[in-house]
Design a protein around this ligand. Structure first.
Ligand SMILES: [Zn+2]
Length: 302
C-alpha cells in the first residue's frame, strides 16, 4: 500500500506522520516548532525523519504551513506567528533535500481537507472551517473543493473588526484574530484577575465551568466577538456547517450557547435554519490532511 508523509506545522508544535493512501495515520511524532525556527534546521529535521520512515517507502510529502503561501510554487511569503520565515522557496528546497515530491498549502486548508474527505464535513456541500488557537485560521469548502487562490484565500482571522485595534502578525491592526487568539484570552484574564502567574486556556475553561466570574466574563466577550464574526460569515457564505478546530475549540461547551444567541440576533435568519455548528471530530486531522495533500499531488486553484 502506498503511503505519504504529512506535516502539520503549528505555531507551537510540528506534527509529522505517515499516512496511508486510505487516509489512515500509521505513525506520528511531534517536534517543538521553536527548534525549527530557521529554514536549514527545518530541512535537516525533515530529512532525518524522512530517512527514518524509509521502510514505509513514502511517495511524497504534504505540508500545512501556518501562514501565507504561494500554493502553486510552494513558496512561503511569511508566517504571522512563526518569526524567521520570509520569502522562502520551501517546496523546491525540501524537494532537493529529500528527493521526493513536496506539496505546500496553508494549514487551515489542510485541516479542512481531512475533515471534508473523512471527518465532520463529509456530508455538506458548503462548510466553513475555523481553527481557534494561537491565531484564527480559516477555510471554506464548496462541493468538496477548497477555496484557494495562488496566494491565499479564506484568511478569515484577518477580517478587521476595529478601526483602532491591536497590531496583528499580518501587518494590519484590529483583526478578529487579535480578539479570539489564545494569547489574547490569557492576557485579558490575567489583567482582570490581576495575576502574574501563567495560566492556559484550558484552565480558564475549567474555571468557567465552576462559575468563576472573571473566567465567565472572558468567554462572554469571546462569544460576542466570535458570534458577531460568524454572523458575517453566515451572511456571506451561507454554510450548512461551521466546524471549529484548534485548542480553544475545547471550550465549546461553555461558549457555544452564547455564540448561538449572538448568531440568532445578528445573522440573516433564513441562513440559520439548517446551520450546524460543532467541533471537529477527527484526531490528527492536520497530519492526515497533509498526507492526503501529498497524495493529491497538485493543488487546484479556484
Ligand atoms: Zn491580521
Amino acid at each position: 500500500m502506498k503511503s505519504y508523509i504529512g506535516i502539520d506545522w503549528g505555531g507551537t508544535l510540528l506534527r509529522v506522520g505517515i499516512v496511508s493512501s486510505t487516509g489512515k495515520l500509521l505513525k506520528k511524532e511531534t517536534v517543538r516548532t521553536a527548534e525549527l525556527s530557521k529554514p536549514p534546521m527545518f530541512l535537516a529535521k525533515i530529512k532525518e525523519l524522512v530517512t527514518s520512515y524509509r521502510s514505509y517507502s513514502p511517495q511524497g510529502v504534504g505540508i500545512g504551513a501556518p501562514g501565507i503561501v504561494n500554493i502553486p510554487r510552494g513558496f512561503i511569503y511569511y508566517l504571522p506567528n512563526v518569526p524567521g520565515w520570509r520569502n522562502y522557496p520551501l517546496r523546491d528546497a525540501l524537494r532537493k533535500a529529500i528527493n521526493l515530491p513536496v506539496v505546500v498549502d496553508n494549514d487551515a486548508n489542510v485541516f479542512a481537507l481531512a475533515e471534508a474527505r473523512q471527518g465532520a464535513a463529509k456530508n455538506y456541500q458548503r462548510a466553513l472551517f475555523l481553527t481557534l488557537g494561537t491565531g484564527l485560521g480559516g477555510a471554506f469548502i464548496l462541493n468538496g473543493k477548497i477555496l484557494r487562490s495562488t496566494t491565499s484565500a479564506g484568511e478569515f482571522g484577518h477580517v478587521p473588526i476595529h478601526y483602532h485595534g491591536k497590531p496583528c502578525g499580518c501587518g494590519g491592526t484590529g483583526c478578529i484574530e487579535t480578539y479570539l487568539g489564545n494569547r489574547y484570552l490569557i492576557a485579558r484574564y490575567k489583567k482582570i484577575r490581576n495575576i502574574k502567574n501563567e495560566v492556559d486556556v484550558e484552565e480558564i475553561y475549567k474555571k468557567a465551568l465552576h462559575k468563576e466570574k472573571p473566567a465567565l466574563l472572558i468567554w462572554r466577550e469571546f462569544s460576542l466577538y466570535l458570534g458577531k464574526f460568524l454572523a458575517g460569515m453566515v451572511n456571506i457564505f451561507n454554510p450548512q456547517a461551521i466546524i471549529l478546530g484548534g485548542g480553544v475549540s475545547g471550550a465549546i461547551k461553555v461558549f457555544k450557547p452564547m455564540v448561538m444567541e449572538v448568531l440568532k440576533q445578528q445573522a440573516m435568519w433564513p441562513n440559520l435554519k439548517n446551520l450546524k455548528v460543532f467541533r471537529a471530530q477527527m484526531k490528527d486531522s492536520g497530519v492526515i490532511g497533509a498526507g492526503l495533500l501529498a497524495q493529491e499531488g497538485h493543488l487546484e486553484v479556484l
